[in-house]
Design a protein around this ligand. Structure first.
Ligand code: FEO
Length: 407
């Protein structure tokens, strides 16, 4: 449904977002079984203000909603809490009908918008703690970087006690009721969204929570999903719990040995490397993880839990296998940065191709162990020794990093 429904939050503030119930994937990879919403808000202050916009494809319905509330030419400020195009995609169109508006965002946000828009626009860069008077209302900006891009901030409308958080405290859940007390249960969507969008940035989530904990909040108004009008504290607490739990990971002793194997040659190498790691210190926990037939969610969970990775593939058609590329797609260079990583595998006649694994390790900001074990066809006595020695050396390097000593 995308009629021109608007919803009043307070006498001065309306939701003018759009519903996208048919969205099946977000950012190409994230399944969205409940669709999503792109929430935007209009503040009818002396200086009329819009908070965030919506995806460009919804501009016609978005414009219609806005025109129900104001003459867009009177808009003075457009606050962009986060520049990903699901929130900023209608900004160019909005600026055409609001030519006197000043775009407000963090330094990163304004830089990104310069590139996204490709034309000059009036702007104001704000920092953590900056206040902006709207005549009879006051906005306060709260730096919340990496939630979920480096540009992110929250905006607090002091007089109405509304906190606008864009991706934070949101979820992909489309329902025409829009308010949390109208849409029914959405806890599973809220957790899934946290896991996929925000979990890698849990450290930043906890910092942001500390900044807003003291605020007098009436509602949390996110950029996706239900507006948290009645149950905002529940979702605030759940988010803190998710972030705190995520910070307990990785397990400093866990080594993920992720591989695929066509004829169990690479699989045998994996077992031998694991044996070498255990020889370095029985406290280390090598985990063999065959990537064949597992979901991307499982792969990501294993990556989160482990403190080091050793990645193995056979060569087929002069390439490593798709499963390994998919694993690399799930590595997050912010979350996983500097984790120790190595490579191994079995090849027939294209040994140099194995270097693809090493190159990916380095480009994703993992800490390359410095050597790899690539064995021609099947391991025999020499190969066994090589793999066990490799595992032992890798384990000792891990102990160095964690400051432990082998017994
Ligand atoms: Fe909803 Fe990171 O955009």
């Amino acid at each position: 449904m995308n009629d021109t429904q608007i919803l009043e939050l307070t006498p001065s503030v309306n939701w003018i977002g759009v519903l996208d119930p048919d969205l099946v994937t977000f950012d190409v990879v994230m399944a969205t079984q409940y669709g999503t919403t792109y929430n935007s808000y209009f503040i009818d202050a002396e200086k009329k203000t819009v908070i965030d916009t919506c995806k460009e494809q919804f501009w016609p319905v978005y414009e219609a909603k806005l025109r129900k509330l104001c003459n867009p030419a009177e808009i003075q400020y457009i606050i962009i809490n986060h520049t990903e195009p699901d929130h900023s995609g209608s900004l160019a169109n909005l600026l055409k009908i609001a030519p006197d508006a000043t775009v407000v965002g963090t330094g990163n946000a304004i830089r990104y918008l310069n590139d996204l828009l490709g034309f000059e626009f009036a702007h104001l860069i704000v920092k953590d703690g900056t206040q902006l008077g709207l005549g009879n209302k006051t906005l306060q900006f709260i730096g919340a970087p990496n939630l979920h891009w480096p540009d992110t901030m929250y905006t607090y409308l002091q007089e109405d006690r509304l906190l606008f958080t864009c991706d934070s405290f949101g979820c992909h859940y489309s329902h025409k009721g829009v308010f949390d007390d109208q849409v029914g249960g959405f806890d599973d969507a809220f957790k899934y969204y946290y896991d996929v969008i925000l979990k890698p940035y849990s450290k930043f989530m906890l910092k942001a929570i500390e900044k807003i904990r003291h605020l007098d909040i009436l509602m949390i108004c996110p950029g996706h999903g239900p507006i948290l009008r009645t149950y905002w504290k529940k979702y605030f607490d759940i988010t803190e719990q998710y972030a705190t739990a995520a910070m307990q990971l990785p397990n400093k002793n866990k080594v993920l040995i992720a591989y695929v194997s066509a004829y169990q040659n690479t699989g045998k190498l994996a077992e031998l490397i694991a044996e070498g790691i255990r020889q370095a210190d029985p406290a280390l926990e090598p985990e063999l993880f065959n990537l064949e037939g597992v979901s991307l969610e499982e792969v990501e969970q294993k990556l989160i839990e482990a403190n080091a990775y050793i990645i193995g593939s056979p060569i087929i058609n002069q390439n490593i296998l798709l499963h390994i590329y998919q694993l690399f797609a799930m590595v997050n260079p912010i979350r996983d940065r500097n984790k120790l990583a190595g490579a191994f595998g079995s090849y027939g006649w294209s040994g140099d191709v194995m270097k693809i694994i090493e190159q990916n390790i380095q480009s994703l900001k993992l800490r390359f162990f410095g050597e790899s074990v690539f064995i021609k066809f099947s391991p025999h006595e020499d190969g066994y020794r090589q793999c066990i020695n490799y595992g032992r050396a890798f384990g000792l390097k891990m102990l160095e990093a964690t400051g432990c000593e082998a017994e």
